[in-house]
Design a binder for this molecule. Structure first.
Ligand code: RP5
Length: 168
């Protein structure tokens, strides 16, 4: 199991070390919001037994949400969702061959009965997965809800403070 923060509420997993370039943005956003999380490579194809163990132990270890990123024939989010009752947020990694369309369709086209909350391809999806995880946790964590509101307010203020794109 992951060398992790023992109080992790969000598990950030990915199919390969090569996915970290994308999933680091999820981890950074969770960090920014002060959400305890863990990070681990869990491959649906190369370490299928680990995938099952991770999913089966997730609730007992205290996780509340799993963010799973993968590319290509991206089975990781769907298989995790099949093995855990926790919400699974899928991040399609931008693949070389098909630009991430393969990842997106693999993750988003789950058959009825086993949902994966699928985000956008790449960095935007990774950040939004973290923000969605924050929203889910904030349902029972008022302090986190305030931090999330601050985050969104800062984002709004930044746009309003610099409306002219020609100026730095
Ligand atoms: C998937 O295969 C991973 O999620 C990764 O996006 C893709 C390529 O993996 P590597 O060959 O870079 O390890 O399982």
């Amino acid at each position: 199991m992951p060398e992790s923060v023992s109080n992790a509420r969000v598990g950030v997993v990915m199919g390969s070390r090569s996915d970290w370039e994308t999933l680091q943005h999820a981890a950074a956003t969770l960090q920014q919001l002060g959400i305890a999380h863990e990070v681990q490579v869990v491959s649906a194809h190369r370490t299928p037994d680990l995938l099952f163990t991770y999913a089966e132990q997730a609730v007992a270890r205290g996780l509340a949400v799993i963010i799973a990123g993968a590319g290509g024939a991206a089975h990781l989010p769907g298989m995790l969702a099949a093995k855990t009752p926790l919400p699974v947020l899928g991040v399609p990694v931008q693949s070389q061959a098909l630009n991430g369309m393969d990842s997106l369709l693999s993750i988003v086209q789950m058959p009825a009965g086993v949902p994966v909350g699928t985000l956008a391809i790449g960095r935007a999806g990774a950040i939004n997965a973290a923000l969605l995880a924050a929203s889910i946790l904030a349902l029972h964590d008022a302090a986190l809800g305030r931090r999330l509101a601050d985050f969104r307010r800062a984002q709004t203020d930044a746009v309003l403070a610099a409306p002219d794109p020609r100026k730095a």
